[in-house]
Design a protein around this ligand. Structure first.
Ligand code: AMP
Ligand code: MG
Length: 345
């Protein structure tokens, strides 16, 4: 009797082990295989590079997010909400537009007006928007700027109940200083919604990273070294950062500028003066809690100059910056005291 009982217990254990093994195999079969994907191409007049570990290629979802974003915030899409606001067609704003607006408002305040999305008429005037500038005399420029500045200022616009109200129909909005960063955040949401844990999103140099490139290997992202003597493509790196969970954006005067009347005109405009900024900060890299915020703060750093930029980053509470500054004939780095600890988090 005892022997039989032992036999049946052993048989039961055997059956349980077999069931677990079969269950294990089935479970493995059920788990889709993960692969490394790399989607790349052109979007919003720049490039994108998206790398991620997933069980399926998410390019169609990414393209859909780009289209949605373009329909909301593109200056170059005549059917976008932003174009409708600029053309005084009184559109209903969507969540992407409203997220851009509240970040723009916050950074406008943090920067004391140095960052201002109503800078559009001045951006166009200086030839970086939809229209091109021609050379003009200094007096003529001053007169033009004085009249354009009447339409510039975040205090001249309001967003109430999904509608934008302007103090004057000539007030125009330019979301170019936040859009790429915001698009990175949106793609990060798309990837997370599909269960992706490891990714790097790069849209025109604005970056969101999460997880790791390979187990134990962080993502590696370079900060370009500005080289004012070499006007061609810029490849040399100032620093390579090892990132895990980061949102990072870089603004650089060396990236988008032209020469006119013997001076270099950058695409960052100081809305308080109406002129392109001309100081020694060549590039500003900011890490923050979202890429949209990092993008806005990086542009604001370029307008403010090194000293004021450090104060603003301190006030922002959730940001760190790395500025490359021209000093005589060499480059120096000015970084916020929390830079190292922020990027190694
Ligand atoms: P970014 O490359 O992110 O620094 O953005 C530069 C773009 O932001 C320019 O091409 C303009 O469209 C816009 N912009 C220029 N100056 C300002 C400013 N002071 N505040 C907000 N946006 C600006
Ligand atoms: Mg920016």
């Amino acid at each position: 009797m005892k022997v039989n009982r032992r036999h049946s217990i052993a048989a039961l254990i055997g059956l349980a082990v077999a069931a677990l093994l079969i269950w294990g195999i089935k479970d493995e079969e059920r788990q889709p295989k993960q692969e490394h994907f790399h989607n790349q191409g052109k979007v919003f007049g720049t490039y994108y590079n998206i790398r991620y570990l997933a069980s399926q290629d998410l390019e169609p979802e990414i393209q859909k997010a780009f289209t949605d974003f373009d329909n909301s915030l593109s200056l170059f899409n005549p059917h976008s909400i932003l174009s409708a606001v600029n053309d005084n067609r009184n559109p209903v704003t969507d969540s992407a537009f409203e997220a851009m607006w509240s970040e723009a408002e916050e950074v406008y305040t943090l920067s004391g007006g140095a960052f201002d999305i109503t800078v559009a008429p001045l951006v166009n005037y200086w030839g970086f928007g939809r229209t091109q500038s021609t050379d003009r005399s200094a007096d003529r420029i001053q007169t033009d700027i004085d009249s354009l500045r009447k339409f510039v200022g975040f205090d001249k616009v309001e967003l109430i109940d999904h509608h934008v109200y302007k103090a004057h129909p000539n007030v125009q909005i330019d979301a170019g200083a936040v859009a790429k960063g915001q698009a990175c955040d949106m793609i990060a949401s798309v990837l997370r919604a599909h269960g992706v844990e490891h990714f790097l999103i790069d849209i025109g140099g604005e970056i969101v990273t999460q997880g790791e490139r390979e187990p134990g290997e962080p993502w590696r992202v370079g900060i370009t070294k500005p080289n004012l003597n070499n006007e061609g493509a810029q490849q040399e790196l100032q620093q390579v950062l090892a990132l895990r969970n980061s949102c990072m954006a870089t603004s650089g005067n060396y990236r988008n500028y032209y020469y006119a009347d013997g001076e270099r005109r950058s695409h960052t405009i100081d809305p308080r003066t109406g002129y392109p900024v001309q100081h020694s900060v060549l590039s500003a890299t900011v890490v923050s809690s979202s890429c949209m915020r990092a993008d806005a703060l990086a542009t604001a750093c370029m307008v403010l100059g090194a000293e004021q930029a450090l104060h603003m980053i301190d006030r922002a509470k959730d940001a760190a910056c790395y500025l490359i500054v021209a000093q005589n004939d060499s480059l120096t780095v000015v970084q916020s005291p929390n830079w190292e600890e922020t990027i190694t988090k």
